[in-house]
Design a protein around this ligand. Structure first.
Ligand SMILES: [Ca+2]
Ligand SMILES: [Ca+2]
Ligand SMILES: [Ca+2]
Length: 317
């Protein structure tokens, strides 16, 4: 682990670990992997339950087939003894960018949310704009600007990329959760021009690259949320989960719900009947055409997947 000192106010770094431990299974042109990144507290601490790293999450990973929805949730974040952080995402444009591309190549996320520490209030600020800036706030390790700057040579400098998260739906859901947060979408401003906006830009940039339904690692939606410094960790975790549920709803609406074999929007007896012909032993390869039943993305359609289907039973509309 490289430890280094940073100073002053600093936003976002995300983190990468040497071994992410992800299933990285591609299916039907996309995974069911969701990538979350955190940075300064509370955004690193609030994402611990979704880390597969035993040192960062001694309580154990809860991301597998989270809430029976058919998505594996993976988080990556640094350890920060403010202002010092350690981990693969350093407060450095060069390392952050290199780690971003390495981790996404492993996770192949179908959706992503980058989080970073925001202002000094209990805010949940959903960022709409992130720019391909030619000039950024200097980081602390030479070279102090991104290399290259602007980072994205596929579009002109100062091009804005918008969040593809369902920003209004996330806002409303977090408000409705009554977590004591000030929730808003930032439509008029940018992400601050430092590491927060840099990783935010990477998120929406990555999503645009993998936007096509023909992409073997399709990414449906991505964007950034700034979390206020005084948001308690537990509140941050709760709000992240609320935001995540809305993201999963959006991905379901685009790709179809896991377990919905007849693609009619429900998990009813018709789907259960279909499962019977698809069931495998644990670890036995899922049959072609039965991938929709592999809730935990481990390559089979066994009784664990059946349990998720049963728990998600909706009946016919
Ligand atoms: Ca640097
Ligand atoms: Ca159905
Ligand atoms: Ca399975």
């Amino acid at each position: 682990m490289i430890r280094f000192r940073v100073r002053g106010v600093c936003l976002a770094l995300g983190v990468a670990l040497g071994n992410t431990g992800t299933a990285a299974l591609a299916q039907s042109g996309h995974t069911r992997n969701i990538m979350l990144t955190g940075y300064w507290p509370p955004t690193n601490d609030m994402l611990r339950p979704f880390s597969t790293h035993p040192d960062q999450n001694p309580g154990g990973w809860i991301g597998e087939n989270w809430e029976g929805r058919g998505y594996n949730i993976y988080s990556f974040f640094p350890e920060c003894g403010f202002p010092i952080c350690s981990g693969d995402f350093e407060v450095d444009y060069q390392d952050t960018s290199a780690d971003w591309w390495r981790i996404t190549a492993d996770v192949n996320p179908v959706g992503l949310i980058t989080f970073s520490r925001g202002n000094r209030t209990r805010s949940w600020e959903i960022e709409f704009n992130q720019y391909n800036r030619a000039v950024w706030v200097n980081d602390y390790i030479e070279p102090l600007q991104p290399t290259p700057a602007p980072p994205d040579d596929s579009v002109p400098a100062e091009t804005v990329r918008h969040s593809t998260l369902p920003v209004e739906e996330i806002k409303q859901a977090v408000i409705d959760a009554n977590l004591g947060l000030t929730v808003f979408v930032c439509y008029k401003h940018d992400g601050g021009g430092f590491l927060s906006e840099f990783i935010a830009y990477h998120g929406v940039w990555y999503q645009s690259i993998h936007d096509s339904p023909k992409d073997s690692a399709r990414c449906v939606a991505g964007g950034h949320i700034h979390v206020g410094q005084t948001v308690p960790v537990e509140t941050g975790t709760a709000a992240a989960m609320v935001s995540l549920r809305v993201l999963l709803d959006t991905i379901d609406a685009t790709l179809g719900r896991v377990g919905d074999a007849d693609f009619d929007g429900d998990l009813d007896l018709d789907d259960h009947f279909s499962f019977v012909g698809c069931m495998t032993a644990p670890g036995e390869a899922v049959l072609q055409g039965c991938e929709v039943f592999d809730f935990n993305s481990d390559g089979d359609a066994d009784l664990r997947d059946w349990a998720s289907l049963q728990n998600g039973f909706t009946g016919a509309p």
